[in-house]
Structures are given as C-alpha cells and as structure tokens.
Design a protein around this ligand. Structure first.
Ligand SMILES: NC(=O)c1ccc[n+]([C@@H]2O[C@H](COP(=O)([O-])OP(=O)(O)OC[C@H]3O[C@@H](n4cnc5c(N)ncnc54)[C@H](OP(=O)(O)O)[C@@H]3O)[C@@H](O)[C@H]2O)c1
Length: 344
C-alpha cells in the first residue's frame, strides 16, 4: 500500500493538436479518510478514452474540471475503507474515479456514469474494455443504431482502437462483410490476420476513397465512425440505399480549436435516404446486462478477441492519454496502477 496519494492535477488546458505531460502536474498528498457517507477506493486500472480531453476544457456541460483539479477517468478500483452503506472493503467497483492512487467517493454519479460493483471473477481490464463502456458503445452502436442485417457491408474507422476493434468483430460475428480503416500497417495486419476483418485500409498511406470503392464494390450499408474528418466524407459518398452512419465519436476533432467544418458530403444522405445518428452508450444502461451476456458469450467461445493495450504505473497516465492522439495504441488503451488485494 503506498504511503502517499499520488495525484495528477490539470495544469494547462489543451490548445492545439496534442495533449500530454505538459498539461498535468503531479502532487503527492496524504491518503484521505472517508467521512460518513463516503468510501475510499484504491484505483487499480484506468481507462483512457479520447473524450477524456473534454474533462480538460472549461466547459462544465462536458464535465470540464477546474485548473488544479484531479484528472478524471473511468476506472476500476477496490474499496479499502467504507462508511457508505452497501459497500465493504474488498468490493471492486467501476465508475468515474481519478488519476490518483486513492479516490474518496460518495458513490453519487456526477456525470451519466453510475458507480457500480464489478461482478466477482470479472478481470478489471475486461470490466473497463470489452465488457465496459468500450464494449457497450460497440454493441449498442451496431445493434441499436446500425440495425445490421446479415450480408451487409460494414466499415469502421479507428478500427484497431478500443471501440472499433470490438465493433468490427461484432459485425463479423453477425455475418456482415467488415472493412476497417486504421493508421499503419501493424494495425491493418492485425485487423485482417487476428481480428478476422475482410479487409483493412491504411488511411495514412492509401487513398481511402479508391480503396473503399474496391473493397466495398456495392457500397456501404453501415459506417461506424469513431474519428470524423475526411474518412467520414469518403464513407458518406459510398453509402448504399438506406445506409446508416453510426456516430460514436469524432476523435480527429477533439483537440482542434476552432473545430474544423463538418462533413462536406452529408447531402449524400438525401440521395440514399440514409440516416446518420449519434448515441451515448450510457443511454442504454438498463440494457447493459443484455450486452454483457452477448459479449461475454462471444469471448468465451473465442469468436471475439478483446485487444488491450496496457501501460503500467500511475506516473505514466499523461503518456497513456497522449497515445490515443498519436495513434500509438492497438486495442483499448488502459493503465494498470496496482493489483487488487486478492491478486491480479
Ligand atoms: N458514443 C459513446 O458512448 C462512446 C463511448 C466510448 C467511446 N466513444 C468514442 O469512440 C471513439 C473511440 O474511442 P476509443 O476509446 O476506442 O479510442 P481508440 O479508438 O482506441 O483510440 C483513438 C484512435 O483514434 C485514432 N485517431 C487519433 N487521432 C486521429 C486523427 N487526428 N485522425 C484520425 N484518427 C485519429 C487513432 O487510430 P489510428 O491509428 O487508426 O488513426 C487512435 O488509436 C472516441 O471518439 C470516443 O470518444 C464513444
């Protein structure tokens, strides 16, 4: 057990194309004690997600935190001391916690993410990844927003990332023809050789439009978008009749101030009577058990292979976040801080 609480505070809001160590300041403070109605959680694993940069803005509606505030993240932690009814030391919980060794919480959600116990036996990395918000976004984005039919053509951007890699594999399991767009040969090889995609496009060196035309000769039924920008435009231009664009995220825009203009080719939706729809995984909280059951079943049967990119050590939190914007991560980016008291 550490003697002090290492904490990463927001020192500078992002301005420009990158985010990383220069935006944070580390302080080591005494470990706090819970008051009545609170518990002390030791953070074990942090999830890194591109949208966490919204916590770094001054926009309260996006969960923006003040300068000098502790950086937030979805995390899995272990209760070490509890004065909160319903929680006991040793319980493993998932929720919005902090970039710090220990977080004091009253268990009340300040965002749309509710603190919840992680079922016994679920590895923390899966609780954050394929069985966490990452998996929930992939599952409901496809099943509810995309409304797939077997045999349709499915294209996903940031295909080798956390959400994209699960989304593409779900689409393959559901019988769709799956093409991934990702940055770099290493990622594209993984998509085809390991994740079972039918094809992959390296948008860093290939002409995305002509490659989409070659790999999706009859057009695209579902485009699952994680990044926005030029790839979205190329996909819009190739939508089939009644095609759907699932708006999961727009990572390419998150750090840009001012935001670049939106898609130029959205008029294609009129021609194909198409639909473009955004969603939040948290909207489906009451159906998470359904998604977890399906995803866990596919993982058990070997049809779905969760891909995790794990860094170690709380001291590396800013570096882990930066990887999402340089495209260094292959699979869901996480940071392991500590083992639980009962083992890894
Ligand atoms: N709607 C929801 O409920 C929900 C829930 C969870 C996540 N999300 C969103 O889903 C998206 C994926 O999240 P994730 O956690 O799985 O992250 P991720 O895709 O694992 O990581 C980000 C990836 O985005 C790509 N990227 C970064 N900067 C880019 C740029 N300028 N242009 C094009 N691509 C860029 C990189 O992949 P390449 O190397 O392939 O470019 C990078 O690896 C994010 O936008 C996130 O906010 C939405």
């Amino acid at each position: 057990m550490p003697a002090l609480n290492r904490r990463w505070l927001l020192a500078k809001r992002p301005s420009g194309e990158s985010v990383g160590e220069a935006n944070f300041r580390r302080v080591d403070t005494p470990i706090p004690s819970p008051k009545p109605g609170q518990m002390l959680v030791r953070n074990l694993w942090l999830s890194l997600d591109p949208s966490q940069v919204f916590f770094m803005t001054d926009r309260p509606k996006d969960g923006g935190i003040p300068l000098g505030g502790v950086m937030q993240a979805l995390a899995v932690g272990e209760v070490v001391e509890s004065r909160l009814p319903g929680y006991r030391p040793g319980d493993v919980v998932h929720g919005l916690l902090g970039w710090e060794d220990f977080t004091l919480t009253d268990g009340v959600a300040t965002t749309n993410v509710q603190l919840a116990k992680v079922p016994r036996g679920t590895p923390p990395s899966l609780a954050l990844g394929a069985l966490g918000f990452t998996g929930m976004a992939a599952y409901f984005g496809i099943v509810d927003v995309g409304k797939p039919a077997s045999g349709e053509t499915f294209v996903v951007s940031a295909a080798a990332g956390g959400v994209g890699s699960v989304a593409g594999q779900i689409a393959r399991i559901l019988g769709l023809h799956v093409i991934g767009v990702a940055g770099g040969r290493r990622k594209c090889d993984w998509l085809v050789d390991e994740a079972g995609f039918d094809g992959a496009i390296d948008y860093l060196v290939e002409d995305v439009g002509s490659r989409l035309s070659a790999l999706c000769p009859d057009g695209i039924d579902i485009f699952f978008d994680n990044v926005g920008g030029p790839v979205l435009d190329e996909a819009l231009a190739r939508l089939r009749m009644h095609g759907r664009v699932v708006l999961c995220g727009t990572t390419s825009r998150y750090l840009k101030i001012p935001r670049p203009p939106g898609p130029a080719r959205y008029g294609a939706l009129i021609n194909v009577r198409g639909r473009m729809e955004g969603f939040f995984a948290s909207d489906y909280a009451d159906r998470f058990p359904e998604a977890r059951k399906a995803l866990a079943g596919w993982i058990r049967s070997g049809q779905l292979k969760p891909k995790e990119d794990v860094m170690n050590g709380l001291e590396n939190a800013p570096k882990a976040l930066a990887r999402l914007f340089t495209g260094a991560n292959l699979g869901k980016q996480m940071l392991k801080i500590a083992d639980s008291s009962t083992g890894p």
